[in-house]
Design a protein around this ligand. Structure first.
Ligand code: A2P
Length: 346
């Protein structure tokens, strides 16, 4: 990497924004100027990056003017991206957007760099590259090596166990507050704002809004985004569930291959383990499998419980766990930026 890049982060005070700064620092990303942006509520707050203090500014239509920003990460919510991403693009920046707003726009590439890095090349159409949904990212990281090994995938059935971090800082705070209220014998009076129901000591079989087909918007994101990223018509049927975990999503994934395929568990393990940023952790007899506490604070997608279906030779089951804030959001965004730089510098 030969030069420095000026970076803006919209949503700098949020769960994903804060993690982005950590990852940019860990990866020694070539940051020149840094512009942290948030709402008027946090304008004036200071954030630290590489030992230097930066003042948070309010995200406005004009804030990008004359700032010469090269890369603008957006993670402040879909409506904010809808309103402000265009001003960053007009000022000459590439926008790497963490929200669902642009993901299914046919002109906007939707990228998991280990799976479809080639799609980044079309970023010039709109100036925007979309970061997929967190549950989709970790699932396609586990599907891609199996797709390559067996030549195709006939369908995928997945149930998710999604952490409260998926609803941002307020989601995590709500779980902690409710647990405190439980120990103070007042959980019945505890407020819930981030989630529609009590999340502590409970599971909620709804993430995002209900759609007319009886699925939720989160479930349809997994269906639609998987096809776009994999560039293949893979039917995905999802059940997305919120669980009282702070951070890191888990998924029980069932993959059905063509009738002629006979699943080989050892070969499947080897293919998964040799895929970039994926690690197999799988020894049931010894109690070894990934869990949210295994994945939290790492950039790895862990796969365990890999097994052949009891009844059909062409079906494989697995358990996939990754840190939602990192792999599912901030790390993927930084990896996109790194690939974008590689392509731009050729
Ligand atoms: P703020 O802290 O000023 O509210 P999370 O996903 O953890 O809930 O974080 C959301 C992020 O999006 C925060 O940085 C938040 O800033 C930012 N944000 C929310 N609303 C706006 C807005 N209207 N304009 C700019 N940033 C916003």
């Amino acid at each position: 990497m030969s030069r420095l890049y000026n970076v803006a982060v919209a949503g700098a005070t949020g769960a994903v924004g804060e993690e982005l700064f950590r990852i940019l620092e860990e990866q020694n990303f070539p940051v020149g100027e840094l512009l942290p942006l948030a709402s008027a509520r946090s304008a004036g707050e200071m954030i630290e990056f590489k030992g230097k203090e930066y003042r948070v500014e309010e995200l406005t239509e004009e804030v990008f003017e004359g700032r010469d920003i090269d890369i603008a990460f957006f993670s402040a919510g879909g409506s904010i991206s809808a309103k402000y991403a265009k001003y960053a693009v007009e000022s000459g920046a590439v926008v790497i957007d963490n929200t669902s707003h642009f993901r299914m726009d046919p002109e906007v590439p939707l990228v998991v760099p280990e799976v479809n890095p080639q799609d980044i090349a079309s970023w010039r159409e709109t100036g925007i590259i979309a970061n997929p949904n967190c549950s989709t990212i970790q699932m396609v990281l586990a599907l891609k090596p199996l797709y390559d090994l067996y030549g195709s995938i006939k369908r995928v059935d997945v149930s998710t166990y999604q952490a409260t971090s998926g609803a941002g800082k307020s989601g995590m705070e709500e779980l902690v507050r409710q647990m405190q209220d439980f120990f103070a014998f007042k959980l019945d009076q505890s407020e819930h704002k981030a989630f529609a129901h009590q999340v502590a000591l409970n599971v909620i079989p709804q993430i995002d809004k209900a759609l007319e087909n009886d699925y939720t918007k989160e479930e349809m994101k997994m269906t639609n985004e998987t096809a776009k990223i994999m560039g293949a018509d893979i039917p995905v049927s999802a059940t997305c569930v919120r669980v009282p975990v702070l951070r890191s999503h888990s998924e029980a994934v069932t993959v059905t291959f063509e009738e002629s395929v006979v699943v080989d568990v050892e070969k499947s393990r080897a293919a998964l383990n040799s895929f970039e940023d994926v690690e197999v952790m799988d020894n049931l007899a010894e109690g070894i499998y990934p869990m949210p506490v295994t994945a939290t604070d790492t950039d790895i997608t862990f796969v365990g419980r890999i097994r052949k279906d009891i009844f059909a030779e062409n079906i494989l089951h697995m358990w996939v766990v990754a840190d939602q804030v990192r792999v599912g959001a901030a790390t993927n965004a930084v990896r996109i930026a790194q690939k974008w730089i590689e392509m731009e510098e050729i």
